[in-house]
Ligand binder design. Structure first.
Ligand code: ADE
Length: 229
């Protein structure tokens, strides 16, 4: 029996890359969200373009979970590399996810919300699948830091690294989805291609260049990952 896998993207380019490989695809709309339900490698994929940011991601994954009861959830798309070991087109697969923009007062650590873990653990099985993919792309497991900010410069990066020295990448959705999956007890992983490296000179040009010249090619590794689940 195949699994039901929820897949969330923030942006349309990422969505289209995955939509194009689903078979028997049909659309289902619940509230504000139009889901694409299709088959891939014996599993049912429920694909949603949630939009950018934590609230879009959290409402999208909640609606997906309530209506489709997935066995697992994946956040995919791009992220900014915040560690010297990363270059553009590498992939970060989340072993853990945290918030870099949460401050809830003195009785909890920076990044933590009362009653929740400071760092959310991701699904070990899906991390192993990502690590074992037969590809030339470098796949680096580690911590993804999420916030409602597009990180551009070294000052922002240094603040994040001061709290999370082990942080590998920044994005705007992964931990919001991890939190909802934690609450519903659903295995989660984030699989993110590095599109830019905050702190680099000409950072925004780097990001635009990724979308203009590299994005299409880079998403083949995302498709490979989904094919192997
Ligand atoms: N997603 C891709 N690049 C990012 C960045 N620099 N900051 C936040 N989210 C991102």
């Amino acid at each position: 029996m195949g699994k039901i896998i929820g897949v969330l993207t923030a942006m349309s380019v990422e969505y289209k890359q995955i939509a194009s490989i689903l078979t028997d695809a049909r659309k289902e709309k619940y509230g504000p969200h139009e889901f694409l339900v299709g088959k891939l490698a014996g599993n049912t994929i429920v694909l949603l373009q949630s939009g950018i940011g934590k609230v879009n991601a959290a409402t999208g994954v909640t609606n997906l979970i309530v209506n489709f009861k997935p066995d697992s959830v994946i956040s995919t798309g791009v992220a900014g590399g915040i560690d010297v070991c990363l270059k553009i087109m590498d992939v970060v697969v989340s072993t853990q996810a945290c918030y870099h923009d949460v401050l809830c007062g003195d009785d909890v650590d920076p990044g933590q919300i009362q009653g929740l873990p400071r760092i959310f653990c991701c699904d070990k099985g899906m991390v192993e699948v990502a690590k074992s993919l037969q590809t030339d792309v470098r796949i680096v497991p580690g911590l993804i830091c999420t916030g409602d900010q597009f990180i551009t410069n070294r000052e922002q990066l240094n603040v994040i690294k001061a709290t999370y020295p082990e942080g590998l990448a920044v994005d705007m959705e992964s931990t919001a989805i991890a939190q909802v999956c934690y609450l519903f007890d659903i295995p989660f992983v984030s699989f993110r291609i590095i599109s830019d490296t905050p702190g680099a000179e000409e950072h925004f040009e780097e990001y635009l260049n990724f979308w203009q010249t590299m994005a299409d090619k880079s998403f083949s590794v995302t498709r490979l990952f989904l094919n192997n689940l």
